[in-house]
Design a protein around this ligand. Sequence first.
Ligand code: ACO
Length: 327
Amino acid sequence: MRIIGTGSSLPQQVVTNEDLSKIMDTSDEWISSRTGIKERHLAKEETTVSMSAEAAGRALRNAGIKAEDVDLIIVATITGDYITPSTACEVQAELGAEHAAAFDINAACSGFMFALHTAYAYLQTGIYKTALVVGAETLSKIMDWSDRSTCVLFGDGAGAVVVRAGGEESNEEGNGGGLLAFEQGTDGSRGKVLACEGRKNQNPLVQNPFVPSYVDMDGQEVYKFAVSTVPASILRVLEMSGTAAEDIKYFVLHQANIRIIQSVAKRLKADIEKFPVSLDHCGNVSAASVPILLDEMNQKGMLARGDKIVMSGFGGGLTWASAVIEW
Ligand code: ACO
């Protein structure tokens, strides 16, 4: 399976740390020194569907294929516009991808990687040939804007890739490249350290008051989880693919916090320059962060055929997922 196109979409509205300090008790110094975030895009008119469809359309154009050629659409999101239809169904309609089956995946900040691995399983078995994998979030709508410890961390946006079953193309070494190894995991027993409750029971037997719920996070527990789990997961996929860390050109990590990225780099004994960053201008965009960063790298011409990269997502669930990819 090879990634043959990327795209992304961010809301027009940019909100800086300075802007936030005017509406709540925070500062650029507190936010940027603890997280590396300087600004984020927050949706006004944009929705999870509109950003997903725009990112997906750009990925299709980048890949040079038509919407009718897509067999499968998977959108990773925890902030769909509807409970049903899924975001993926709406994207299918927006794009006119009439031959594609479409569904969503909820694995929070690991969602894009879980979706990519799911697409791989379909492509690997020959069920489908071409898939669109999207990570999209409008996290601003599930933030408690009176809780400064969480709302300053997140942003809105979408990223997408087109993946195609390999075989017809090969690289200079004569192999197809693509996804060389992946692994994913879950620790549901610790899931409540990063949670957003759903609706409570409402039926003729039970009447709960409707109380909107927002993201609630124990930041230090999430931090401890990330800095121990992510390097271990990456080391496993490196070993599975027979690749040394020195041979990886870039480590494309979920963009939660610069201190997590620095800690992972240190544990892997890898040069921090190999860890590209988008969190400074996007904040944490959960499932969208890895594909947005990948698209930025692709647009800048940072990725050449044959480059080996690691991608890794981690977060709510708790979940994690890593892959080694040959571009
Ligand atoms: N502005 C100013 N002060 C703040 C803010 C803010 N936005 N938020 C919290 N504070 C205050 C707190 O009230 C507290 O004050 P007090 O000591 O007077 O009580 C003080 O700052 C320290 O708060 P902590 O929560 O202890 O801050 P900490 O140093 O742990 O940093 C952070 C918080 C950045 C969230 C950190 O725990 C972290 O990096 N966690 C990793 C988790 C993460 O990045 N999550 C993102 C989403 S999850 C994911 O994507 C995987």
